[in-house]
Every structure is written in structure tokens, then in C-alpha cells.
Design a protein around this ligand. Structure first.
Ligand SMILES: *[C@@H]1O[C@H](CO)[C@@H](O)[C@H](O)[C@H]1NC(C)=O
Ligand SMILES: *[C@@H]1O[C@H](CO)[C@@H](O)[C@H](O)[C@H]1NC(C)=O
Ligand SMILES: *[C@@H]1O[C@H](CO)[C@@H](O)[C@H](O)[C@H]1NC(C)=O
Ligand SMILES: *[C@@H]1O[C@H](CO)[C@@H](O)[C@H](O)[C@H]1NC(C)=O
Ligand SMILES: *[C@@H]1O[C@H](CO)[C@@H](O)[C@H](O)[C@H]1NC(C)=O
Ligand SMILES: [Zn+2]
Length: 510
């Protein structure tokens, strides 16, 4: 036996020596090094402390990924986000990412930012009526029973809760209207895109009916900023249709009022949290609407931008791309508007190659979009990818959104992997974190880092992604450099915390 083993070994050794050319290993290393250098973060240089923190981070990352590599049936990121969401907090990598300063959120929709648990708390406000119809709920604040007809009858939420017998069960049921997330794993895998968007739109209308009441919107906005701030986000660009708010006496406010409310609420928040940089609005209209409506929305954007230049960043079209109008329907008006109003267009949020949604990418680039929302289909278009690189257009990537809204099932196959490898100008965002009960940004960073990016991708990539979110924001140079100084200060603290915190350190580092 022994001789046989020895002979085999010797044989192997000679084969190895004979068949691998001398410089093969060097060339192999050079190719891999080139890829590392090209990838997002590849050119970041870490100082000594960062290097140590990186070793800790990578030890945990390798541990967590190794376990799955050998047992792929346990690999959470190839499953639906809802199936492992509640376990995320247990991950050491996640805990590190959660405490990491993340710069800005640049792609998020105003009504779907807040966690549903807080939305349920807002239903404790006085004068709230509810009416259940089929699968839907309508909510309205009113002194008397709302006059608008409703299939079932209107009742005060406080009465319904009180007579329900179990307020906790009542609240849990109410919360289901505010989120797509189901902890008990109702089958969300492989729901087709139209079905899931239908459910998503229902969630949107339920929330909208709650937060259209001015006093609740003010609280909503404050709680939202608090959650983003606590997730280490220091600046936000939100997409908003600026719908009308109402008062108890029936007064209705115009669009300008909501813009002002966002501004006032943010100013107040900054007074209490001076290192929060602020908020800008990207005004939106639903892409299924008529050309006249879009023209009207662009006019509003132009007017508000003139009045509040620091608040209004630009314009976008929203709603499911496959079912809405293609950007090509709006070329005349958008190309006329683009010199005055910056465009931040959703484009290519589709898995359908060669369709009008897919071709939205061409128009977004030609219309001079400053960033592109999703750009999910981009890897299938090499010429468009070159154009995007040449024009330095950033991609706002929302991985969890793409899973929940049924574009991708196993995130290892998400095109972000390619964008990261190519070193494209990428920012990570969360689209509608409230609608799937996610943390404002940390869950998206975690899933991208563990499930999409290379196993070798490390702290340099995370840092570059945070830096990108500042670089590609619409802030002017002054506010950008203020955001950078806030970021750098928090980053140093974060690094020290990772190194010194015994909790993270319970790991052997060379
Ligand atoms: C992870 O697995 C690789 C081989 O697949 C091994 O080289 C490495 O030591 C493992 N790391 C840890 C931390 O277990
Ligand atoms: C993956 O999910 C399982 C159970 O669903 C959980 O026990 C485990 O902690 C999760 N791992 C990670 C890294 O989230
Ligand atoms: C709940 O209902 C009971 C009787 O059904 C009533 O006595 C009580 O005041 C109600 N509480 C609230 C908070 O409405
Ligand atoms: C915002 O604040 C200004 C200045 O205090 C005030 O005049 C205005 O009414 C406020 N608007 C809203 C919508 O709260
Ligand atoms: C939009 O503004 C243009 C120029 O200011 C004006 O001619 C047009 O009537 C406006 N359209 C709408 C729908 O308000
Ligand atoms: Zn979006």
C-alpha cells in the first residue's frame, strides 16, 4: 500500500512538474490581480487599522460562506429573502455592516421607506377609520364617519381593535396590509412579476391612505429619517409623486405643501442630529399616465425647482416598467426638459431581453440620465455598457427589491456581480425597504456583499460603495465635502469599534 501511494505521489509530482510551464503561475496570478484591481474598491488602500478590521470582517465572511460552500442546501442567498430575513441579525458580518457608515441612499420611494411596525403604531392616532374590501383596506382620518362610499362599512380602528379581543393579533393582521413580508414563508418563490407587482401596489395604496393625513405624514417623515439615520445613512434622495395631504376639517394641500413638509421635517431633524446632511427630492409621475400628465409633472418640477433649488434634484418616471409606457413615448418632452431638470430614470428593470422595457436603457442614456435606476438588463447590452462608462452614469442597484419583485431568484446570478467586477459606478440602494420590512440599507449591503459579490470582495469594496453613494449624489461640492467629512469621521470610529469590540474580536486574527 505504502509503495503504491508513494509511486502515485511521485508520478503526480513528475506530471505536475512536466505539464505546468514555469511562468504559468505568474500569469495566473497576474490575471487574478488585474481582476481584483479592476473591481469596485480594487484601488482603495487600507491603512493599518483598516487592514486589521478587514481581517476580522473577512474571517467572519469566509466562515459563513465556507459553511454553505460545503452544504449548498443551507445557502440562504440562493433562497427568497423572506425565508432568511429573520436570521440576518445573527450574522457577524451583518452586525459589522449594520454599524458601518454607508453614506447616502440614492434610490428609494417616499411612501415605502418606513418599517411596517412603525406604520402600525401610527394607526393608534385618533380619528382613524378603516374599511375592509376583499383583500384591501382603506384608511381615512375623519371626525365623523367618512362619507365616501365603501363596500363594507367604515369603523373606527380604535373600536375594531378594542372589540377584536386581542389587540396584538389585530395589529399583526393590520401590519400584513403594509408589507409583502410574511414570516411564515407563504410561498413567495417564483411568483410571477405581474402578480407580485399587484400585491406591491396594494401595499402602496394601504400605506398611502394612512400617511395622506398631514399630522401622520409629519410623524411618518420623522420616524423614517430616524430609521435611516440609525442605519448609518447620512443623506437621502427620495423619489416622490408629492401627492396631496388632507386635514381633519377636509382642507386639501397642494404638492408644494408636501415638498415643504419634507423640508421642514428634515430641518428639524438636522437640528437634533447635526451630522445628518439632508434630503433631496426627485419628483416622479407614474409611467402609465398620459403624456399630458407627464408634461404637467415636469412643469411642477420646474416650478418647485425654481422656488426650492436646494431641495429638488430632478425628475423620474415610476411604476412597473413592463406595463407602463416606454421612455420612447416621452422623448420629445424629456429631451426638452433635460437641460433644465436633471433626470434620474428607472430603466431596464426587467428580465425580458429585447422588449421596450429593455430598450428603456438606450433612451435613459441618450436622454442624459444622471444615474439609472436598476439598469438590471445592462449586462446584455455591451454597447450600452460602454456608453454608460464613457458618460460616467451611475447604476442604482437594489438587489433585495429585484428578488422580491421577481427578477432574480438566486442572487449569485444578479448582474451586480458583473458590474462590481467591471468596476462600474455602482451605488447600492433599497428601493422600498418598508414594503418588505427590511432595514433601510444594511440588509441590501449584506445581501450584496455575501450573496452577490466575490468571496474575495472585502472592506475595500464596501468602502468604495459608500464613497460612490456620495460621489454620485446630486449634492453640490460644498455639501458633498461636508458629507465626506461626516463619513470619514464615522468611518474611523467604525474601524476602531470593529478592532476593539471584544464581540467582533472573538476571532483569531493573524
Ligand atoms: C474556507 O475554505 C477554504 C477552502 O475551500 C479553506 O482554504 C479556508 O481555510 C477555509 N476558511 C475558513 C475560515 O474556514
Ligand atoms: C441561514 O438560515 C438559517 C435558517 O433559515 C439560519 O439558521 C442561519 O443562521 C442563516 N445564516 C445566515 C448567514 O444568515
Ligand atoms: C373597549 O370596550 C369596552 C367595552 O366593550 C369599553 O368599556 C372600553 O372603554 C373600550 N376601550 C376603549 C379604549 O375604547
Ligand atoms: C414650513 O416652515 C415654514 C417656516 O417656519 C412655515 O412658514 C411653513 O408653513 C411650513 N410648511 C409646512 C408644510 O409645514
Ligand atoms: C407647462 O409649461 C409650459 C411652459 O411653461 C406651458 O406652455 C404648458 O401649458 C404647461 N403645461 C401644463 C400641462 O401645465
Ligand atoms: Zn424604484
Amino acid at each position: 500500500m505504502q509503495t503504491l501511494a508513494c509511486t502515485t505521489l511521485c508520478l503526480l509530482a513528475t506530471i505536475t512538474a512536466r505539464t505546468i510551464p514555469d511562468d504559468y503561475h505568474n500569469e495566473r496570478r497576474a490575471l487574478l490581480d488585474e481582476e481584483t484591481l479592476t473591481a469596485v474598491g480594487g484601488k482603495q488602500k487600507l491603512n493599518d487599522e483598516e487592514t486589521l478590521a478587514n481581517e476580522i470582517l473577512m474571517k467572519w465572511k469566509t466562515d459563513e460562506l465556507n459553511a454553505s460552500y460545503l452544504n449548498p442546501q443551507h445557502f440562504n442567498f440562493s433562497k427568497h429573502y423572506f425565508s432568511y430575513k429573520k436570521d440576518i441579525e445573527k450574522s457577524k458580518v451583518y452586525q459589522i455592516i449594520r454599524s458601518m457608515p454607508k453614506g447616502s441612499v440614492l434610490h428609494v420611494h417616499s411612501s415605502l421607506m418606513l418599517h411596517p411596525d412603525i406604520l402600525v403604531k401610527l394607526t393608534y392616532e385618533e380619528y382613524l377609520y378603516a374599511c375592509y374590501t376583499n383583500d384591501n383596506i382603506k384608511l381615512q382620518f375623519s371626525k365623523a364617519v367618512p362619507e365616501r362610499p365603501c363596500g363594507n362599512k367604515w369603523a373606527l380602528v380604535s373600536d375594531l381593535r378594542n372589540s377584536s379581543g386581542d389587540p396584538d393579533v389585530f395589529d399583526a393582521h393590520l401590519r400584513d396590509y403594509f408589507t409583502l413580508y410574511r414570516a411564515d414563508g407563504e410561498d413567495y418563490d417564483f411568483v410571477d412579476i405581474n402578480t407580485v407587482w399587484e400585491r406591491f401596489n396594494k401595499v402602496y395604496y394601504a400605506i398611502k391612505s394612512l400617511i395622506s393625513y398631514r399630522p401622520v405624514r409629519e410623524k411618518y417623515w420623522y420616524e423614517t429619517l430616524k430609521q435611516f439615520y440609525n442605519d448609518n445613512v447620512m443623506y437621502i434622495e427620495i423619489r416622490t409623486g408629492l401627492h396631496s395631504l388632507y386635514e381633519l376639517d377636509g382642507t386639501k394641500h397642494n404638492k408644494r405643501y408636501l415638498a415643504e413638509l419634507y423640508k421642514n421635517g428634515t430641518d428639524k431633524f438636522i437640528e437634533e442630529h447635526p451630522d445628518f446632511i439632508g434630503v433631496k427630492l426627485i419628483l416622479t409621475r407614474h409611467r402609465a399616465q398620459s403624456i399630458d400628465h407627464i408634461v404637467d409633472a415636469i412643469n411642477t418640477t420646474r416650478e418647485l425647482k425654481a422656488e426650492m433649488p436646494d431641495l429638488i434634484a430632478g425628475f423620474d418616471l415610476v411604476g412597473q416598467e413592463d406595463l407602463g409606457r416606454p421612455l420612447s413615448d416621452f422623448i420629445p418632452i424629456l429631451s426638452e426638459a433635460k437641460d433644465e431638470i436633471n433626470l434620474y430614470l428607472h430603466a431596464g428593470e426587467t428580465a425580458w431581453l429585447g422588449t421596450s422595457t429593455d430598450e428603456n436603457l438606450v433612451d435613459a442614456i441618450l436622454l442624459g440620465s444622471k444615474r439609472i435606476g436598476h439598469g438590471y438588463a445592462l449586462t446584455k447590452h455591451p454597447s450600452l455598457m460602454s456608453a454608460l462608462i464613457k458618460k460616467n452614469i451611475a447604476l442604482e442597484v437594489n438587489v433585495i427589491s429585484n428578488v422580491v419583485l421577481s427578477l432574480v431568484h438566486d442572487v449569485r446570478n444578479h448582474p451586480l456581480a458583473t458590474y462590481l467586477a467591471l468596476g462600474l459606478p455602482v451605488v447600492l440602494s433599497s428601493d422600498d425597504p418598508g414594503a418588505w420590512s427590511a432595514e433601510p440599507l444594511s440588509h441590501d449591503f449584506f445581501v450584496a456583499f455575501m450573496g452577490v459579490a466575490s468571496k474575495r470582495a472585502d472592506l475595500r469594496m464596501l468602502k468604495q460603495l459608500a464613497i460612490n453613494s456620495i460621489v454620485y449624489s446630486s449634492l453640490d461640492e460644498d455639501r458633498k465635502s461636508r458629507l465626506f467629512s461626516v463619513f470619514n469621521e464615522r468611518w474611523d470610529k467604525f474601524i476602531k469599534n470593529v478592532i476593539c469590540n471584544k464581540f467582533y474580536r472573538d476571532v483569531e486574527v493573524s
